[in-house]
Design a protein around this ligand. Structure first.
Ligand code: PBE
Length: 306
């Protein structure tokens, strides 16, 4: 019902009656308001804006690159804000069945909450599937072999992290959502700490960025380290600062390195000054994400700003 309403409204506003007649002539208008050539002028309805997140995020940089590399995105802008604001705007647009394009990533609770799809990226600007890796400072293995071992063992699946993210998005506190997951997955957690000696108050600092994925993963790891006797500090930083903090040893570790693409430039700058403990999660992805009710499938279906 709603779907038909906004689309008809959009069509009435965007297409002058003469053009509508012309379109009927050459390009038969389908009932959804698209032509055979598949063109819908969503750009105009969205003000040619992509709803972005924090300025330092890799997905924002990749989105800006996409606006450069796809000629049909001429005149489009990525508007930065925060991950929370992006999620709020996405929810508000979906409530009204309005078009929206966000700088999206998975794992993310939004895919469980809403019907969404990635726009195809034939030029490969957003890269392929990625891993999220754990990075520790040089010397941690010698200074705290117990923390190093747990961080090295930390590995989980998309379903794990998404269940925590969904619970937080529904209003559960980070503390409760992560504790509940740990209680319910004690077998998995036991594998991360297997054979590791408890410690007495050794200090460990984890750097992260307040993206939904990293809020979940960092807090789970912090709790597991605490249960082992560590005194853990979690420090929210900007993306580039998170990388430099681990590189220069101000922070001991981070579990938030999206590779090879999303944080490729940070890895190039700082990766040589830290120890890469490999993936803690596989199958991560970034790209333009839209509600499935939008009649476009590819970035190439967007039209340039007029
Ligand atoms: N993200 C989530 C980050 C990595 C983790 C996709 C928003 C980024 O774009 O840098």
């Amino acid at each position: 019902m709603k779907k038909i309403q906004w689309k008809h409204l959009g069509l009435a506003v965007a297409v002058a009656p003469m053009m509508l007649l012309a379109a009927c002539g050459d390009d038969e208008v389908k009932d959804e308001g698209t032509t055979d050539s598949g063109e819908v002028n969503y750009g105009e309805e969205m003000g040619y804006q992509i709803t972005g997140i924090e300025p330092g995020a890799g997905v924002v940089a990749a989105s800006e690159a996409a606006t450069e590399e796809y000629e049909n995105m001429d005149g489009w802008k990525v508007v930065t804000s925060s991950s929370g604001a992006m999620a709020t705007e996405l929810g508000a647009a979906i409530d009204k069945e309005e078009p929206i394009i966000v700088t999206g990533w998975s794992p993310h609770w939004k895919f469980q909450e809403y019907d969404l799809k990635y726009l195809e990226d034939p030029k490969g600007v957003f890269g392929d599937a990625e891993t999220i890796n754990t990075m520790v400072r040089e010397g941690l293995e010698q200074d705290s072999p117990e923390a190093y071992a747990i961080l090295d063992n930390f590995y989980w699946e998309t379903a794990d992290i998404e269940s925590i993210m969904l619970s937080i998005s529904e209003g559960t506190s980070v503390d409760e959502a992560t504790s509940t997951w740990i209680e319910e997955n004690s077998d998995k957690v036991a594998e991360w700490t297997e054979g590791v000696e408890p410690v007495e108050g050794t200090e460990i600092e984890l750097a992260y960025v307040e993206w939904d994925t990293e809020v979940a993963s960092t807090n789970v790891v912090a709790k597991v380290l605490e249960a082992q006797g560590f005194s853990v500090k979690v420090t929210p930083l900007d993306n580039a600062v998170m990388w430099s903090a681990v590189a220069d040893g101000q922070a001991d570790a981070m579990v938030a390195a999206w590779l090879p693409g999303t944080h490729g430039s940070q890895f190039e700058t700082y990766g040589g000054d830290m120890v890469d403990l490999g993936p803690n999660l596989e199958g991560a992805k970034i790209g333009f994400v839209v509600p499935t009710y939008m009649d476009i499938d590819s970035i190439e279906d967007l039209t340039p700003a007029e």
